[in-house]
Design a protein around this ligand. Structure first.
Ligand code: SS9
Ligand code: ZN
Length: 340
């Protein structure tokens, strides 16, 4: 198993997010990857390799250039108005009936224009960290295109909530989408993306909506009670190119495994030439911001089951906020994947 990693993830370390009516320390922080790296090292996984830099092309293959330019400039523009002492957080968004066609000029308006939540701070290092994460996913995909059976993109900030022209849910650039589009551009006719993060992969769904060449599937907490709230219901099939499996609070292995079988059967029917897995382990029973009930040993079973598809696979790290168990949960998944 190839593991790709870049220490520049540390450059994204927000001070605060708005959660449950309070500004609280961010849940998505550099210590998450420290914990995973340490667990993989201890269990004898191969040492990670650094990403290659192929410029902006892999990013603009799935994100609008104007959005990418906004991300590159946002901190600079924020500091010019508000100074460097707080994170850049949006406070206002357009509602139905308001203008979609006019990007505001000031940074406060532009933050709202390009985002969908107030939990995703932009900092001095956001662009550097998010673009490094995209390079990690791109390089993992290149490793698989070059013949590796599986590569793990050990990256943060995560990506599956980021769409072609919006950020939110701790995500800025969609690494799973970069990898899936990379497979397509390398000649794979049909690619599948399987998102097992607790949260619905709304960015990935939006980026590939209606595209028969990239089939996307997401298993997640029902948006009727969980973030991202406004996408992720079962009736969103995007003309047969997408599948959502929303699940209730308290979902444990018994019901999760049944949903996983449904997703895998659908992927097999699609007969893809490559698979991208959005791996979130915030489905763990002790996650501080989620409400599923999977156990550490369940991740081995999930990994084994996905690995049994036998597809060339890129695994992209997404969520998981219980730092004490992150390493074990990810390692169990990867070991299960590599079995057989
Ligand atoms: C927690 C706020 C939740 C969004 C979570 C995004 C997870 C990405 N009180 N904010 S995997
Ligand atoms: Zn999540």
């Amino acid at each position: 198993m190839k593991i790709v990693y870049c220490p520049d993830h540390r450059l994204q370390h927000g001070r605060a997010e708005l959660a449950d009516g309070r500004l609280v320390p961010v849940f998505e922080h550099p210590g998450r990857l420290d914990a995973i790296l340490e667990a993989l090292h201890r269990r004898g996984f191969p040492e990670p390799v650094p990403p290659e830099d192929r410029g902006l092309a892999p990013i603009t293959a799935v994100h609008e250039p104007a959005y990418v330019e906004f991300l590159q400039r946002a901190w600079h523009d924020w500091v010019a108005v508000h100074g460097p002492d707080g994170d850049a957080l949006p406070l206002s968004w357009r509602a139905p009936g308001m203008r979609e066609d006019r990007e505001p000029e000031g940074i406060d308006g532009r933050l709202g224009y390009w985002s969908f939540d107030a939990g995703t701070p932009i900092t001095a290092g956001t662009w550097a960290a998010a673009s490094a994460a995209a390079r990690v996913a791109d390089t993992a995909r290149m490793q698989v295109s070059a013949g590796a059976r599986v590569a793990f993109a050990l990256a943060r900030p995560p990506g599956h909530h980021a769409g072609s022209r919006f950020y939110g849910g701790y995500c800025f650039l969609n690494g799973a989408a970069v990898a899936a589009q990379g497979f397509r551009d390398a000649g794979v006719a049909r690619v599948a993306v399987l998102d097992v993060d607790y949260h619905h992969g709304n960015g990935t769904q939006q980026i590939f909506a209606g595209r028969a060449d990239v089939f996307t599937v997401s298993l997640h907490a029902d948006p009727s009670f969980s973030f991202p709230f406004f996408l992720g219901h079962a009736d969103e099939t995007e003309g047969g190119t997408h599948m959502n499996i929303p699940l209730p609070r308290g979902t444990d292995w018994l019901s999760y495994s049944a949903a996983l079988e449904t997703a895998l059967a659908r992927i097999e029917r699609q007969d893809p030439g490559a698979l991208v897995v959005s791996l979130g382990v915030d489905t763990w029973e002790g996650d501080p911001i989620c409400s599923f009930a999977l156990k550490t040993t369940d991740y081995r079973r999930i990994g084994r089951r996905i690995g049994a598809l036998g597809l060339p696979t890129v695994i992209v790290m997404e969520g998981g906020y219980a730092v004490e168990s992150l390493g074990a949960n990810v390692a169990e998944f990867l070991e299960g994947f590599a079995e057989r």
